[in-house]
Write a new protein. Sequence first.
Length: 181
Amino acid sequence: MRDLRDRIVTLFVHDTNASQIAEAAFVLPLMFTMLLGIFWFGQAFSMYGAITRAAQEGARAGAAPQCSTCSSTQKNSQYAAAAADAVNAALVASNLDPKQMQTPSPPKISPCGADVQKLNCGSTGAACVQLPVQLLTAQSGGDCGVSVYFQYPFKSWLPFTSLNQQLIMLTASAQMRIETR
């Protein structure tokens, strides 16, 4: 009987449940924060892919021939409008709001020709489309092309970190040579 009593006392006195609870209370918030971080990083990466595809679609649409009998100014405005429309359509297809696009400062470009058409550069809610711009390629040394540039806001919810509710601007840009068929 005494042996049984000693075992019971030893079991309750030397029980490690309290230390396991303390360890779990310390580790679980860190683990959940890491899981939330992985989730929000995945969301940001997915959004970055979507806006990059939208910029590429805009550059592709802006580089395709629109009008063979128009003047160069008319062609450039049609190219720019087609590029802006393609960016908006790609963002809507990715369930992103085109009105949230921002263009704080367009990238520095070299003009290709006399007049560079700039559409929506510096405005909110649209992509900056510039054409014709000088593209530096390894094969030819430089072709005329179209440049599409914009930023899109991303806000994550990551408690216990400095990134909680912080606005991060994801940048997308694309350039493509203008087709001259």
